[in-house]
Design a binder for this molecule. Structure first.
Ligand SMILES: [Zn+2]
Length: 304
C-alpha cells in the first residue's frame, strides 16, 4: 500500500511536541551500570530511534488504504525492460513520504545467511545484501508483482531479474544461473523465479539481492530480518531524508566480502587454511576457535 503525503510539516511539529513526553518517560529506563558519558550516548541513540519511530507512526496514521496497485500510482507508464534504474535523470519526483506494505513477503532464498551487507566497498558502492546459496538453488519472489527485466551483465549482476511489486518496491536478484520467468510475467509472492548461481562479478555462489524505490536502493536489512526469516515491519515508511541518512551510515563502513567453508570429511584446520591461502592463526581468529579444536563435519567456517 503506497500513499503520498503532503502535510509533512504538521507531522514533524506534532512529533516534536509529543517527543518531549516520550523522552521524559524514557529516562527512567537507563540503569546505573554505565558511566555518565556512556549513559548520555545511549540516551541520544534512544532519542533518535524514538523520534524516527514516532514520525513513522504518525505518517502511518495518515495513510488511507486506497489503491489496489500502489506501484501504478508511483511508476505510472514508466516501463523499461533493459535498465536497472530508468528513473533517475527523468522528471520523476520522489514522494515526501511513502508507506509500503510488507506484510506479505517471502524469503528470496531458503535457509540462508548474509555474506555481505549494503554499503561502501571502497570506490564501488554495494547496493544490496549478499545471501549465501549453492548453484541451482531456487530463488523466490520476495513480493507479488511483475517481471520488468531479465538480463545479463558480464561485469556486474551476471544473469539478473528485476521484479516490480504491487506494493511499490522493485527487487533485484543477481548472479543467477537460470531464469524461470520472462519479462512481463505476473508473479505471486514466493513463486520460484530463477536458479541461483555465480555469474557476473561474483567470487562464489550467492544471491545479490536489492530493494529499490523509483530506482533508489535502500538497505534490504531495514525491511528483512534474514536470520529469522521475517520482515522487521508490516509497513515500511520511506522518505528522501531517511534515504540520505541511511546512505551516510552505510558509507562509513566498508563492506568486505565474507566467504564460508563447510567442513567435509578429512578436513583439518591446516588443510582449510591452505586452501584459502591464510594462516592457521588467522583462520582460528576469524572463527574464534583454538587451533586444537576438533572440527565437525558440516560445520561452517569463515575463511575471509
Ligand atoms: Zn552483492
Amino acid at each position: 500500500m503506497v500513499t503520498k503525503l503532503k502535510p509533512v510539516q504538521h507531522i514533524l511539529i506534532a512529533a516534536g511536541s509529543l517527543f518531549i513526553i516520550v523522552n521524559t518517560a524514557s529516562s527512567q529506563v537507563i540503569t546505573n551500570k554505565h558511566t555518565s558519558a556512556h549513559k548520555n550516548l545511549l540516551a541520544t541513540q534512544d532519542d533518535i530511534k524514538k523520534e524516527i519511530a514516532l514520525v513513522d507512526s504518525l505518517i502511518l496514521s495518515y495513510y488511507q488504504q486506497s489503491e489496489e496497485n500502489p506501484a501504478e500510482d508511483l511508476y505510472g507508464d514508466e516501463w523499461d525492460s533493459k535498465r536497472v534504474d530508468p528513473y533517475s535523470g527523468k522528471e520523476i519526483e520522489l514522494p515526501n513520504s511513502l508507506v509500503i506494505d510488507c506484510s506479505t513477503f517471502s524469503m528470496p532464498v531458503n535457509k540462508t545467511y548474509i555474506t555481505s551487507n549494503f554499503g561502501s566497498r571502497g570506490r564501488r558502492f554495494h547496493y544490496g545484501t549478499d545471501l549465501k546459496l549453492e548453484v541451482g538453488d531456487t530463488v523466490y519472489a520476495a513480493f507479488s508483482g511483475k517481471v520488468r527485466v531479465c538480463n545479463y551483465e558480464a561485469r556486474g549482476y551476471g544473469y539478473y531479474v528485476i521484479l516490480r511489486h504491487h506494493n511499490g518496491f522493485e527487487t533485484i536478484y543477481g548472479h543467477l544461473s537460470d531464469f524461470l520467468v520472462t519479462e512481463g510475467n505476473e508473479i505471486e509472492v514466493g513463486q520460484p523465479i530463477a536458479l541461483g548461481g555465480n555469474t557476473g562479478r561474483s567470487t562464489g555462489p550467492h544471491l545479490h539481492f536489492e530493494v529499490r524505490i523509483l530506482g533508489k536502493a535502500i538497505n534490504p536489512v531495514d525491511v528483512f530480518d534474514f536470520e529469522n526469516e521475517v520482515t522487521h515491519v508490516d509497513n515500511y515508511v520511506f522518505s528522501p531524508q531517511k534515504l540520505a541518512q541511511e546512505r551516510k551510515i552505510a558509507e562509513k563502513y566498508t563492506q568486505k566480502r565474507v566467504s564460508y567453508y563447510k567442513v567435509r570429511k578429512g578436513d583439518t584446520i591446516n588443510t582449510i587454511a591452505r586452501k584459502y591461502g591464510i594462516t592457521v592463526s588467522r583462520l582460528c581468529k576469524l572463527n574464534n576457535i583454538s587451533s586444537k579444536k576438533t572440527l565437525q563435519i558440516g560445520q561452517r567456517l569463515r575463511c575471509s
